[in-house]
Design a protein around this ligand. Structure first.
Ligand SMILES: *Cc1c(COP(=O)(O)O)cnc(C)c1O
Length: 468
């Protein structure tokens, strides 16, 4: 055994010989020498290890051709992007783990324009000198929300951090215990508050907070009253919260500003489409909030961003805060966001032009028709062992918006007497591209609300290898 291993090890080519091999020329024309050398080394190391462990290694695996082919497959694997396309049939329209909102076409075009050309990001073309960076986005936000001023940072967590640090560093912020929320992905109000330098002063109880609770807590060190939209859960039953209007009145009496973290802020009233109502930013400003923060990639349907609107005096202080520089958006985000905001201002049909709103408002008969169309093809690919049925179910908005509200939808239920739902889910995940559904009551469901092309639901199992 040991003797055979020694012989095999001696047969392995040197990296140098591989680099000089005629077949390496094509690789070396495309990729740099250091990189290709490293891939040859990895391949040789792997073979050496197998031989030393006494694993069976066939003689043809040791040929230069075979080693070159293996190294090339490593190169190709490296070239595959880490972020790959998946099909979202989970029924959660804004799925944080799947990248939330799909961008409008106009935003995609803006990304491409700004990514491939120099742009007037911070250049005033009329004056021929340095200009303001976020002007276009700020102006649109002011018009859309009725606020005095606006700005934008990387995400809503950053917006909350910047707001708290600017208004309440080393001072107290009063928040209801019922609003000390945690959002998935480690955003917790108390922890963001601690990092901002502000001191949290909790009032009320988990299920009930009254105006007197705020009144009693206000003191010399109070700098801000914070209201947080409890996006991802709802307190039902014996509960009481102090509404924004009332909180604003309390703030006015004590000359303390009120900031609201809306989470998903909407620009349009979703109830006009038969959906439950998500708070509208302009209405919160009208009710007197001094600052409102919300996400760009939730119900709004734009790129990841944290939008801040409110009083000019506060916004100008935020813009001067060094944290703002650290949290500012890049040109790609600004371009995609501006294009999305422009649609809210100008589009004759936003439920067509903004994919998130399109998914929210899609008629059930259209969803069902797509399901019926895809069934025969899906059955053909899956084979006879699987049973398919179009059924009624409910989708969710996701990303914490309207947590208890569900939107009627149609699903394809996939079952197989010889395969559990989790195993079917795994099988669909190995397709190229992976198809993600949901498992409910030990059944695998493909939600059709977010599927627009029937081809997307027909799994391609050939590659990568189906490991079920
Ligand atoms: C989603 C959410 C956040 C975090 O927003 P990101 O844009 O993900 O950073 C903060 N607060 C509330 C209430 C939210 O719903």
């Amino acid at each position: 055994m040991a003797e055979r291993a020694t012989t095999l090890l001696r047969e392995l080519p040197s990296v140098d010989r591989l680099l000089k091999h005629p077949k390496s020329a094509a690789l070396l024309a495309r990729y740099n020498r250091n990189y290709i050398t490293q891939k040859f080394r990895e391949t040789l190391d792997h073979l050496r290890e197998s031989i030393q462990k006494g694993n069976s290694v066939a003689a043809e695996e040791l040929t230069d051709d075979s080693i070159l082919a293996h190294a090339e497959s490593l190169v190709l694997a490296d070239g595959r992007p880490g972020l790959i396309r998946v099909v979202n049939a989970t029924g959660t329209i804004l799925h944080t783990n799947l990248g939330r909102a799909l961008l409008p076409q106009a935003a995609i075009e803006a990304l491409s324009r700004v990514g491939t050309n120099p742009v007037n990001l911070e250049y005033d073309l009329a004056e021929g000198r340095r200009g303001k960076r976020e002007e276009g986005v700020e102006q649109a936000l002011v018009e859309l929300t009725g606020a005095e001023a606006a700005t934008v940072v990387n995400n809503n967590a950053a917006a909350v951090l910047l707001g708290l640090n600017t208004l309440a560093d080393a001072k107290e912020v009063i928040v209801s215990r019922g609003e000390l929320i945690e959002i998935g992905g480690s955003f917790r109000i108390p922890e963001v508050m601690a990092k901002s330098g502000a001191k949290l002063k909790e009032v009320g109880s988990t299920n009930r907070t009254h105006p007197e609770d705020y009144e009693k807590a206000i003191g010399k060190k109070t700098a801000l009253l914070l209201k947080v939209h409890t996006s991802n859960y709802k307190i039902v039953g014996f509960s009481a919260e102090v509404g924004l209007e009332e909180l604003v009145a309390i703030g006015k009496r004590h000359e303390i500003p009120v900031m609201e973290d809306l989470g998903s802020g909407a620009f349009t009233d979703l109830s006009q489409y038969g959906l439950p109502k998500e708070p509208i930013v302009a209405e919160r400003i009208k009710l007197g909030a001094d600052i409102v923060t919300f996400s760009g990639d939730k119900v709004l349907g734009g790129p990841q961003a944290g939008l801040i609107v409110g009083r000019k005096a506060w916004l100008s202080r935020m813009n001067k805060n060094p944290l703002k520089r650290a949290l500012r958006c890049g040109k790609l985000t600004l371009a995609a966001l501006e294009a999305t905001l422009r649609l809210y201002q100008q589009s004759a049909n936003i439920t067509e032009d903004i994919p998130t709103l399109r998914a929210f408002t899609r008629p059930l008969d259209e969803i069902e028709a797509l399901g019926r169309r895809v069934m025969p093809e899906l059955q053909k690919v899956l084979g006879g062992g699987f049973q398919l049925a179009v059924e009624d179910s409910t989708s969710q908005i996701g990303s914490g918006a309207l947590p208890t509200e569900e939107i009627p939808t149609k699903v394809i239920a996939v079952s197989n007497p010889n395969m559990g739902a989790e195993k079917i889910a795994r099988k669909f995940r190995t397709a190229d591209p992976p198809i993600l559904g949901r498992v409910k009551d030990n059944r695998f469901l493909l939600d059709l609300r977010t599927i627009f092309d029937p081809v997307d639901l027909v799994p391609n199992f050939t590659q990568p290898a189906d490991k079920t």
